[in-house]
Write a protein that binds this ligand. Structure first.
Ligand code: PMP
Length: 442
């Protein structure tokens, strides 16, 4: 395990067993823990997490792709502390410099014209709002999302989400259609990834023709699907899909909740890897490095459509989250985190690909920058998902001090999306641990 100077404080709170018992009795039973024997995390520093016994873990999931700069990054923590001491809350009915200043800073990171931002508190809420804006602006109702997408768990965002595992049988919103996924690894179409991308984009035209009045409000897609297992189409997919949607009167929404803020390495935003400019950008998770903060950015004339009614969000744009978000943008630049994602991500991906030669369970390694995925299959030609084996690998890695995530509708994809501050030594260690984990379950 790579060394660190950081010493966690001794933990003196309730025991792990007491916390488990409290959760069991008082918390909603729908929340779940990873690992057979749940870990209790009580402290974090940059890429490191510490449990109640002081055991250190390398966090290769970043609190589910949320801790962009590093756990408790000193600059982000200082900005939050300073703001909490001055003013925690007053709402947007009063002026405060934090909200418009952070909106301006976000605009400086966006393609020209995408410069008006509405702040909310979670990715689900942001996606709800993005669809509301698109429907209000276009006057159309139908929305196209992709199969295998995850856009949130609020009743409306949940209808955009395309995994039976996350769906309750309540159907809160109609008019959502899920198009075929462009991921070449499991596509129903054949051909090169580019041909599959074109066939998939062309199928959206048919979907619109058969399932809608011929006009749509929006197309929403994660440039690289996160929860779905780091899946994406060839470079031409989004470009061709956006063209079809715009032909039918719709707006294009990029859900950058996981792909934004430099994580994909070559670009600040995930959509830039595919040469497209969306009409609406949805952000959450990494934008706040762990505080509840999400945002919807669009063009001024589109945002204007919301003004025909009163719209208000009690915590949206609160000074503490604005201070955190603003510090996050500074840290990404000052610490060179996009470049680090590019360089360390390429090293990590090469290491993961090398493991394929020795471990036949690895069916695919994919992704960009520090947004990587490794799909485990029992057989490389049938691609039968290796669900139980994936859990086993996660357990073995945890024993060796590395925490990975799990994704994909079958739960057979290792999600490898660490805080963007990890270094080469950490990346090599993570690969070694996976190598040993695979060897141990052969
Ligand atoms: N969009 C994407 C791409 C996500 O990954 C998530 C969360 N996993 C969401 C939206 C929803 O965000 P939240 O959990 O903050 O509501």
């Amino acid at each position: 395990m790579p060394a660190t100077d950081y010493k966690p404080r001794p933990y003196d709170g309730p025991s792990r067993e007491e916390v488990l018992a409290m959760r069991k009795q008082y918390a909603n039973p729908a929340i779940f823990t990873m690992f057979k024997d749940p870990i209790m995390i009580v402290e974090g520093h940059m890429q490191w997490l510490f449990d109640d016994t002081g055991k250190r873990y390398l966090d290769m999931l970043a609190g589910i792709v949320t801790v962009s700069c590093g756990h408790c990054h000193p600059k982000v923590t200082a900005a939050i502390r300073d703001q909490v001491e001055r003013l925690q809350h007053a709402t947007t009915i009063y002026l405060h410099p934090g909200m418009p200043a952070f909106a301006r800073k976000l605009a400086s990171k966006m393609p020209e014209g995408l410069d008006v931002t509405y702040f909310v508190n979670s990715g689900s809420e942001a996606n709800d709002l993005a669809i509301q804006i698109a429907r209000t602006y276009t006057g159309n109702s139908d929305v196209i999302a992709l199969r295998n997408a995850y856009h949130g768990a609020s009743p409306f965002a949940n209808t955009l989400t395309s995994h039976s595992t996350w769906k309750y049988p309540v159907n809160p919103s109609g008019g959502i259609h899920h198009a075929i996924n462009p991921d070449p690894y499991r596509s129903p179409f054949s051909g090169t990834p580019e041909e599959i991308a074109s066939k998939t984009a062309a199928d959206i035209r048919d979907l619109i023709r058969f399932s809608t009045p011929g006009k749509v409000a929006a197309f929403i897609a994660e440039p690289i699907q996160g929860v779905g297992g780091t899946t994406h189409g060839a470079k031409n997919f989004l470009r061709e899909a956006y063209a079809v949607i715009r032909e039918h009167g719709g707006l294009c929404i990029a859900d950058e909740v996981q792909t934004g803020f430099g994580r994909t390495g070559d670009h600040y935003w995930g959509f830039q890897n595919f040469d497209v400019v969306p009409d609406i950008v949805v952000m959450a998770k990494g934008i706040g490095n762990g505080v509840p903060l999400a945002a919807v950015t669009t063009r001024a004339e589109i945002a204007q459509s919301l003004t025909n009614r009163i719209h208000f969000n009690t915590f949206g744009g609160n000074p503490v989250c604005m201070a955190a978000g603003s510090a996050v943008l500074d840290v990404i630049d000052e610490d060179g985190l996009q470049e680090n994602s590019r360089v360390i991500g390429a090293r990590l991906k090469a290491g993961l690909k090398r493991l394929m030669a020795g471990h036949s369970l690895i069916g695919d390694v994919r992704g960009m920058g520090l947004m990587l995925g490794m799909e485990l299959v029992r057989d490389r030609s049938s691609k039968e998902p290796a669900k139980a084996e994936t859990l086993e690998i996660l357990e073995r890695a945890r024993e060796m001090g590395v925490l990975f995530g799990k994704g994909g509708i079958d739960g057979n994809v290792l999600r490898i999306k660490p805080p963007m501050c990890i270094n080469a030594e950490d990346a090599d260690f993570a690969v070694d641990v996976l190598d040993q984990a695979f060897a141990s379950i052969r």
